[in-house]
Design a protein around this ligand. Structure first.
Ligand code: DHB
Ligand code: FE
Length: 288
């Protein structure tokens, strides 16, 4: 049976993709940022996930004001890196996992999540930058990816409670898939940042660190944070944090935090990154 073995949260800062693509990630001023992913790079080589369900938000790239899906799942064979105005990133095409993606879609819809099904789209920095941060510069991404795009850009975005519930439903869906697959769920975006307007540049370190602390065990309380509260406390783009709740919901109630990295500022953003592994005990009990 397929099994979710770990979850990973990370910001998806476009500048870092640009630094990697220019071959400058080892430069002195960038090293402390990238050093926080050295553990992750070793860890992922041991973990060897077959599939990553990568939760991200599209930034008006595949979708625009014409179509704004609240939750969209990629069921396609592959996804090209998007041209976001400066040419496409020179990174591999993302290979999908259509069989598992269709299974998850069917299960989610039966569980009451009316997903938008996407067979063709290009994927922007929200998806490709986390892949680069974790896998580095590679000829091919070493696993298949199911893109799961969440509207965090246009009001009204889905609530934290709905996102947490979606994560739980994803877990149930994956566990019913008959093939032996090692699956991870990644939540991307955040942490505190605001790109536009009077409060552009806003960072709230205390808020971010409290969020990271609470995500392990008090995620039900975090799910009650409203979009307005995210925006007030962590900036307009800080509201991307709901995607970490989808990742958290897909894991067991008990998880082990095996890595954490927090760095301020990167571009306009507080960079946050953590890794959770499902604890064996909880896995044996079937979770909660
Ligand atoms: C930045 C961060 C983001 O999450 C994003 O989507 C775009 C830009 C930034 O820090 O510049
Ligand atoms: Fe973003």
């Amino acid at each position: 049976m397929a099994k979710i073995i770990a979850g990973l949260g990370t910001s998806h800062i476009p500048l870092l993709g640009h630094i990697i693509d220019k071959g400058e990630s080892r430069a002195e001023n960038w090293a402390p940022i990238f050093d926080g992913f050295q553990f992750t790079k070793r860890w992922i080589k041991e973990q060897k996930p077959d599939v990553v369900i990568l939760v991200y938000n599209d930034h008006a790239t595949a979708f625009d004001m014409k179509i704004i899906p609240t939750f969209a799942i990629g069921c396609g064979e592959e996804y090209r890196p998007a041209d976001e105005g400066y040419g496409a990133r020179p990174v591999p095409t993302v290979k999908g996992a259509p069989k598992l993606a269709w299974h998850i879609t069917e299960s989610l819809i039966k569980q009451g999540f009316d997903m938008t099904i996407v067979n063709e789209m290009d994927v922007d920095h929200g998806l490709t930058v986390p892949l680069s941060m974790v896998f580095g510069e590679v000829e091919e991404w070493p696993c298949q990816v199911i893109p799961l795009a969440v509207n965090t850009v246009v009001y009204p975005a889905p609530t934290g409670e709905r996102c947490l519930a979606l994560g739980k439903a994803i877990r149930a869906a994956v566990e019913q898939f008959p093939e032996d697959l090692n699956v991870q769920v990644w939540g991307t975006g955040g942490m505190s940042h605001q790109l536009l307007g009077e409060r552009a540049g806003l960072i709230n370190r205390e808020w971010d660190l409290a969020f990271m602390d609470d995500l392990q065990s008090h995620y039900e309380a975090l799910a009650k944070i409203s979009q307005v509260e995210y925006i007030r406390e962590s900036g307009t783009e800080g509201s991307e944090m709901v995607m970490w709740l989808i990742m958290r919901g897909a894991l067991n109630h008990e998880v082990r935090e095996i890595h954490r990295h927090y760095y301020v500022p990167v571009s306009n953003t507080a960079l946050g990154h953590l890794i959770y592994e499902n604890t064996d005990a909880a896995a044996c009990e079937g979770g909660e």
